[in-house]
Design a protein around this ligand. Structure first.
Ligand code: ARG
Length: 476
């Protein structure tokens, strides 16, 4: 379904040449000007709600019949007609017309063509205000439900790579300066944790949004003896919303979804940035698969990480969409204002974006080659085991940590001046700085020993990383 506002009609010079709106035009002599119709219409995007809109109408119709507000025959005709409308939209034979504004009016107008007057009874005890809020919540609930398995697949791809690389040493960075050796598996597991929280945020959002606004009507509720609990349960909501004004005015469910999406996108962009770095000729930590690289039309040696760059960039779009909705909603008085029609496109754009970025990341991780030797060689560069040396001085010689830090600093300075790593200094060199140092110190200067020693809870030792992977797999 493509968004199409390109009808490109010239605004009529005389606004009143259009007929009055069939559904609300009773008190209007003439119709809206063309440009009014075009700014007012949401059909080119809210037609994405057609299934939810029709499901809401079915639930409402059944409830009206059960409550004796609508007679059986009309109810039956409405349900049959709704089936037909849904079939036409699904088949692509349905005709859209910006004069009918939105999906709610399109469905009702077509229903009237199909079944006549009875169609007009469906709108008893409801309003487009509670309809649109209902549709939106139902739609977003499905979207969140579809996103979760994609996030789980991404975590699985991370866990698979982490498991293969539980022992693969690499430099761990702070300030993008080599800090201490870590394993690549440990590094990936950091993202598994972030994604677990992302999934939790979407699950929270889903839990809170799963209340039915239907029956709040325009804003005040209705004088008809409706059964809101029945429509709520028919639509899979946990309960009806408690306040009719909140029901039609609230969009925090959408803001919450966009917030969760923005945070997720920030996480994805950080990993994307790392992939871009790691794949560069300067790092060479990984080689991206052909499926996720592009060439250059002029530089034959190039292998560009376009997918990673786009995942990194699309976070900007998602953050922008969150901002767009927050700014639309800020300062709106109770209850519904037409401003709120602008709530949908940012959410649609974000949902569409996540259907690209999440699987792209999953694909890239599955497809890349880890250059273990290069990572391991880099792991020891930049005196990354200096902390191990200081810790050894504390543990074996009983030096206070501050003194150990100072001694280690002197040894780093010496190695730096000679252009060698710490483990290339001789024992005599070391004893010249701290007489108590013995041959045993060399064991902690190697990167493998360094990572193996970090067995504290949540640490980078391969044994801990394997345990973390097993635990994470259990939770998936
Ligand atoms: N198309 C509208 C929207 O998206 C539906 C609600 C219209 N309500 C109204 N009072 N005009 O928000």
């Amino acid at each position: 379904m493509t968004d199409d506002r390109s009808e490109d009609k010239k605004p009529a010079p005389n606004a009143a040449t259009n007929p009055a709106n069939e559904l609300w035009g009773g008190r209007f002599a003439g119709g809206a000007s063309d440009i009014m119709q075009r700014i007012n219409a949401s059909i080119y995007f809210d037609r994405r709600f057609y299934r939810q809109d029709i499901a809401g109408s079915r639930a409402h119709c059944n409830m009206l019949v059960a409550q004796g507000i609508l007679d059986q025959d009309d109810g039956h005709a409405i349900l049959k007609g709704l089936d037909q409308v849904e079939a036409e939209i699904t088949a692509g034979t349905f005709e859209y017309d910006p004069a009918k504004e939105d999906i709610h009016m399109h469905v009702e107008a077509r229903l009237a063509e199909l079944i006549g007057e009875a169609a007009g009874r469906l709108h008893t005890a409801r309003s487009r205000n509670d309809q649109v809020a209902t549709d939106f919540r139902l739609w977003l609930r499905d979207e969140i439900d579809a996103l979760d398995p994609a996030l789980r697949d991404l975590q699985t791809a991370m866990l698979d790579r982490a498991e293969e690389n539980a022992d693969t040493v690499m430099p761990g960075f702070t300030h993008l300066q080599a800090a201490q050796p870590v394993t690549f598996g440990h590094h990936l597991m950091a993202y598994v944790e972030m994604l677990s929280r992302d999934r939790g945020r979407f699950a929270d959002c889903r839990r809170r949004l799963n209340e039915s606004p239907l029956g709040a009507a325009a804003l005040a509720g209705t004088s008809f003896p409706i059964d809101r609990a029945a429509t709520a349960s028919a639509l899979g909501f946990d309960r009806p919303t408690a306040n009719s004004m909140d029901a039609v005015a609230a969009r925090d469910f959408a803001m919450e979804y966009l917030s969760a999406a923005a945070i997720l996108s920030v996480h994805l962009s950080r990993l994307a940035e790392e992939i871009v770095n790691w794949a560069s000729a300067q790092f060479k930590f990984i080689t991206l698969g052909d499926g996720f690289s592009t060439g250059s039309s002029i530089m034959p040696q190039k292998r560009n990480p376009d997918a990673a760059e786009l995942v990194r960039a699309k976070a900007g779009r998602v953050i922008g969409d969150l901002n767009a909705l927050l700014i639309v909603m800020k300062g709106l008085p109770m209850t519904y204002s037409k401003d709120m029609q602008e709530d949908k496109e940012p959410v649609f754009e974000v949902a569409d974006t996540l259907t690209l970025t999440v699987p792209a990341m999953t694909g890239m991780l599955g497809d890349l080659t880890v250059n273990r030797e290069i990572m391991a060689a880099a792991a020891g560069q930049g005196f990354t085991t200096a902390t191990d040396l200081a810790d050894w001085l504390v543990r074996e010689l009983g030096l206070p940590f501050r003194r150990a830090h100072h001694v280690t600093g002197s040894l780093v300075k010496m190695a730096e001046a000679r252009g060698v790593d710490l483990d290339a200094l001789s024992l005599a060199d070391m004893q010249g700085v701290e007489a108590g140092i013995t041959e045993a110190v060399f064991a902690v200067l190697g990167v493998q020993n360094s990572v193996a020693s970090r067995t504290s809870l949540g640490g980078t030792a391969p044994v801990m990383v394997r345990a973390a992977i097993a635990e994470a797999r259990g939770k998936l």
